[in-house]
Design a protein around this ligand. Sequence first.
Ligand code: ADP
Ligand code: MG
Length: 261
Amino acid sequence: MTGTGATPALELMGIGVRFGGVAALDDAGLAVAPGEVCGLIGANGAGKTTLFDVASGVRTPDAGRVLLHGRDVTRWSPHRIARAGLRRTFQRVQTFGWLTVEENLLVATEWVGGGGGVLADLVGSPTRRRREAHRRERALEVLERCGLTALRDRSCSALPIGTARLVELARALVDEPSVLLLDEPTSGLEAAEADRFAAIVDDERTRRGTAVLLVEHDVSFVMGTCDRIVVLDLGRVIADGPPAEVRADPAVRDAYLGVSA
Ligand SMILES: Nc1ncnc2c1ncn2[C@@H]1O[C@H](COP(=O)(O)OP(=O)(O)O)[C@@H](O)[C@H]1O
Ligand SMILES: [Mg+2]
């Protein structure tokens, strides 16, 4: 619970992760409210991706807890956490290259449990067919919103990076996540592509109240897109506040912004 009394969509508390002698995360914590876009910044090796791995269940922390809408999911599998509403994109894009753009979106919905199970598959139940139809509709709608409709039948193996990142975002959005984690989403994108990406994310949080946590190196992108910024330095949170406040923080300047701000 935060001071305002609302339950955060995602809350990480006292997270510790060690790799051998290295503390990748040390008592790290943050909370993201529904409808909030929170930026996570910090130098290379600060622990940003490790924090995402912990939040999405890919890595179990050595210390601390992960709460999703107030529920403790610290030891849940990534699959179960995804079903509970958290989706992510990766620092290195991970689309299924052997599938088309549209198929990548349909697979996503299937993965989170399009519904009915094996028995429904066998008997082709009406519930199953209804969900199937809803899924296809939803996929088409997201393709349209991401400007990917014309590319829906293209194979994902040969897409330029900007398009591949949009496909990955679209795939995350198909299941209407309540929490969205984006790891360096604009890396490799041109300015216009990054703007489009930001507009889609902003639209999603406005329309659906999605909580967004994004890792980003482009300081101007972060400052312009995020409501709040958390700064990690050597596995610890050294600042957490509105962009202007974080930007003016001397400790942040020393640790991270020094060169670019
Ligand atoms: N699988 C791993 N094995 C050993 N060390 C790792 C592993 N993943 C990350 N680290 C180390 O943990 C620290 C944090 O890494 P990472 O979370 O990738 O940082 P960031 O995403 O902020 O660049 C770094 O010191 C990195 O070398
Ligand atoms: Mg990283």
